[in-house]
Design a protein around this ligand. Structure first.
Ligand SMILES: [Zn+2]
Length: 118
């Protein structure tokens, strides 16, 4: 279980999987956000916040939405725009460092080849 919170505490999440690795992606969005993602099934992730606590950013093929706290500006997670989508991710930069220090970080080339480059 990984627990995270944005800086101001308006958005909290629980991630009830043990990720094999974390993902740093170099796509045009992720490299700007500076996120390190843990990907999992939406049924194993709970995001606790007021519905209007985050703003959503959707672009490109519009299959996912990035959520960012309106108060402190931390990007907390992304979720599929399709309600039946089976993948989402939380930003482990918002998880206590010691809880993720032993998990390998992989580099994903979302900018170009759409493959891991490590
Ligand atoms: Zn916040």
């Amino acid at each position: 279980m990984l627990r995270g919170s944005c800086h101001c505490g308006a958005v909290k999440f629980e991630f009830r999987e043990k990720p094999e690795w974390l993902t740093e992606c170099n796509c045009s969005a992720c490299r700007r956000y500076g996120t390190v993602w843990a990907h999992g099934s939406p049924e194993n992730v709970t995001v606790k916040s007021d519905p209007d606590a985050t703003f959503r950013y959707v672009w490109g093929d519009k299959d996912l939405e990035f959520h960012t706290c309106k108060t402190c500006g931390n990007t907390t997670h992304w979720a599929p725009t399709d309600p039946n989508g089976d993948r989402m991710a939380v930003n482990t930069r918002l998880v206590p460092a010691e809880d993720v220090k032993d998990i390998r970080v992989r580099h994903f080339d979302g900018a170009d080849t759409w493959r891991f480059v490590d």
